[in-house]
Design a protein around this ligand. Structure first.
Ligand code: ZN
Ligand code: ZN
Ligand code: FE
Length: 760
């Protein structure tokens, strides 16, 4: 028997995820002596092992690692065996672990659920049950390393039994930092809106259920913040929530007890099922089932949950409290982030009381503080893949290991919408959870707070700061000021080029075979500041050069146009038909009075508040207005969803387009659209032909340039468009890439900025 000593070093997310007990088990299986330990950069395993078995030992480390572990790298050295017999877990003597990544929060695991529903278990119905493989992480962590004393569980002392589990290496709660039980638990309360405690513990959950049954709106403290809950089958309750939250149309996500409930009212694919059940438990956008009035289903969702669209955001319970709640109710619940519109999700009762006064009737609150807020993640299936549209709970913070060291410490501050931040230091890149739209003082504070959280975690001070070129984005102003006051380098990256670089970063992380190619990149979204001062959003890059773009048209009323598709349509129609528009009997014209039309034409001619745009997002608005799908839109992305709803795969025609030099021109397309308005199936025809047109523009230019394609920007959240394109790419043998791991929308901008700064 030929024994050797192997010192194995593992880096990645390997701390606080049950990695050392896992190594302990494997080492015993392989009859190894030695020890496992944590150090500054990860885990060290020092073993004596049979030479012939080393390979399978390493394989076991790679393939059987705990669910939350993410191994970036394994390196090892071999020397003479020390002939040790026993294997030990050494206590970590390192107090400062700046380069170890923090793990995202994870939904309660099956083993914990089994215990929670076992009447003989000491944690039967225990509402904070967790183990090394599940429960809160990022949201309760004040500083690294991830250790109980550095979390919001620090003020709760472990009882005798919990402490035993916590210190026992082979226990599944070994070093589970938030460990607790009924004997040593943070308290759970049901309070009324005036903060009077009505019930405690499990009774509070039961009472919450009975209030929901009565149509009440209850705020519930989850992992990363409060949700507002109500019975999703009770239209009165859902409408009350809409009114109180002042949210007219934007769809609500719905939480279901189990996958069968979801299946009963939606059509889901195997993949979608997989995403819904995955350990991250994201909100998954799926298709509603077309139900007839007489269809017998377990329940009927209120039409006010996601009005007029054929999609629904669904998810499953992910905390023990959610599971217990569903023990007492037999209907799905609306579960929407508790916030004031444009503000971040609320994480403290004190805030909730002030800001959402009058919105909720009761609150299920608890004593485990949320240190860092974190919204629910949102994903969808495209082409069999999981596309992350909002990177947050369960996925973020997201860290990447680079095969090289960056020359400087970078901080990228993102855009204005769907903001997130990104940092790079040494061989690491970290992307924060979704911060949100920065339209308010509160959300900007949250943005700054998040930067501080990450500075703290990683002991990080930036040397270079990267931002959008926009002259007045709060984030860009913040970056410019910081660069001045702290004397840091400043790099500004054009918005749509950032989208392209976000895609390139993802290709690099995935080690995609095309990662070093030159691309033709379609960077299409709603708005972004262009190099010429206009509003870009329909850009086509070849390499880094902006080679094509949609022909500019005027946005009547600037900002105001963004909420009114009819204005966008009119701006487009004026540019094509001039004053002839007045005599057209079409929906966008009929949506205005004669007087309004005159005023708008006046502003069009005199260029009063009519910024130019090439935005494809706005083209969707214009088309939705012409096709009479909507004239005043309820929320961002609304027109896209409506056009998708009316898309019909039976119609294969498209509209004309023309490439004039750098410009993609759709004048003819709009003329043809007006002809289609005369047809009976006009909504379907126009929606479908428009999508087909966009797809063919991509294919045409890709063939013309003869380069592989990148698709990026918020427009490509449009699943219908993406699916058609994928089919066409395959048929035409065109290589392509679009981000799925990092949001394809502005949530990926910070990473794009960072990557552009690193790669030059
Ligand atoms: Zn667990
Ligand atoms: Zn305990
Ligand atoms: Fe964008």
């Amino acid at each position: 028997m030929d024994k050797i000593r192997a010192i194995i070093k593992i880096t990645g997310t390997v701390q606080g995820v049950g990695f050392r007990p896992f190594v302990y088990r494997i080492a015993n299986q392989f009859n190894c002596g030695g020890f496992v330990n944590n150090d500054m950069s990860g885990v060290i395993i020092d073993i004596d092992i049979e030479n012939a078995k080393l390979k399978s030992f390493l394989n076991a480390l790679m393939n059987k690692a705990p669910i939350l572990a993410k191994i970036d790298d394994i390196v090892y050295q071999i020397s003479n065996s020390l002939d040790r017999k026993e294997f030990l877990i050494k206590k970590s003597d390192v107090t400062d672990l700046p380069s170890v990544s923090i793990s995202p929060d994870i939904a309660v695991c099956d083993k914990c659920l089994e215990e929670m529903f076992n009447p003989h278990n000491r944690r039967y119905h225990y509402f904070f049950i967790n183990c090394t493989e599940c429960g809160p992480r990022y949201t309760i962590t004040k500083r690294l390393p991830y250790d109980r004393k550095n979390t919001s569980m620090d003020k709760f002392e472990m009882c005798f039994w919990c402490e035993r589990e916590y210190y026992e290496p082979i226990n599944r709660r070994y070093h589970a930092q938030p460990i607790s039980c009924f004997d040593c638990s943070p308290k759970l309360f049901l309070k009324d809106a005036g903060a009077n405690v009505l019930e405690e513990g499990v009774c509070a959950i039961e009472k919450t259920a009975s209030l929901l049954k009565k149509g009440k709106i209850v705020a519930l403290k989850g992992l990363g913040g409060f949700h507002l809950l109500c019975d999703a089958t009770n239209s009165k309750a859902v409408k009350a929530l809409r009114e109180r939250k002042r949210r007219a149309l934007k769809p609500f996500a719905v939480m279901f007890k189990n996958i069968n409930w979801i299946k009963s009212i939606t059509v889901i694919t195997e993949k979608e099922k997989e995403f819904i059940l995955s350990k991250e438990k994201p909100i998954v956008l799926v298709k509603k089932k077309k139900l007839h009035r007489l269809d017998k289903t377990k329940f009927k969702l209120s039409a006010s949950v996601a009005p007029n669209i054929d999609r629904l955001g669904v998810f499953l319970p992910y905390t023990p409290i959610h599971y217990l709640l569903f023990e007492y109710i037999d209907f799905p619940i609306v579960a929407t982030s508790a916030n004031v519109s444009d503000e971040p999700i609320i994480k403290d009762f004190e805030d909730l009381k002030v800001k959402l006064r009058g919105v909720f009737d009761f609150v299920l609150d608890h004593e485990r503080d949320i240190v860092n807020a974190c919204d629910d993640s949102v994903v969808q299936e495209v082409n069999g893949e999981k596309q992350i549209l909002r990177l947050s709970r369960g996925y973020a913070p997201l860290s990447f290991h680079l095969p090289f060291k960056v020359k400087k410490r970078f901080l990228a501050v993102g855009a204005r919408q769907k903001n997130a931040i990104a940092l790079a230091f040494e061989d690491k890149i970290i992307l924060s959870p979704h911060i949100g739209d920065l339209g308010s003082v509160e959300s900007f504070e949250y943005f700054k707070r998040t930067i501080n959280v990450f500075k703290n975690f990683y002991n990080f001070e930036p040397q270079t700061i990267v931002c959008d070129k926009h002259p007045s984005y709060e984030t860009s102003e913040y970056a410019r000021n910081l660069s001045k006051s702290e004397n840091l380098d400043l790099i500004e990256v054009q918005h749509h080029l950032s989208h392209v670089y976000a895609a390139k970063a993802e290709m690099f992380f995935k080690d995609h075979p095309l990662k070093d190619e030159k691309f033709i990149s379609f960077s299409w979204d709603g708005t972004g500041y262009g190099d010429d001062g206009t509003i870009w959003g329909g850009e086509v890059f070849v390499g880094d050069e902006r080679k094509y773009h949609f022909k500019y048209f005027k946005l009547l009323g600037g900002e105001k146009a963004i909420k009114e598709p009819r204005r966008v349509a009119l701006g487009m129609l004026f540019s094509i038909f001039k004053e002839k528009v007045f005599s057209l009997e079409i929906p966008p014209v009929e949506a205005f009075s004669k007087g309004e039309l005159k005023l708008l034409y006046d502003s069009f001619q005199k260029d009063i508040n009519t910024p130019l745009t090439s935005s494809v997002g706005r083209l969707f608005d214009a088309v939705a207005s012409v096709a009479d799908l909507v004239q005043v839109s309820g929320y961002e992305g609304h027109t896209g969803l409506l056009i998708e709803k009316f898309y019909s795969s039976k119609i294969e025609e498209r509209y004309s387009f023309e490439i004039r030099g750098k410009e993609i021109v759709l004048d003819e397309a709009f003329k043809e659209m007006l002809e289609d308005l005369k047809k009976v199936d006009r909504k379907k025809r126009i929606s479908t032909k428009f999508i087909n047109t966009l797809a063919d523009i991509v294919i045409f230019l890709a063939k013309k340039e003869n380069l592989p394609v990148i698709l990026c920007g918020g427009v490509f959240q449009n699943k219908t468009l993406l699916n058609i394109l994928v089919k066409k790419f395959k048929k035409e043998n065109i290589s392509y890439f679009f981000p799925t791991l990092i949001p394809i929308n502005d949530g990926g901008i910070a990473l794009g900025q960072l990557w552009k700064a690193i790669k030059g």
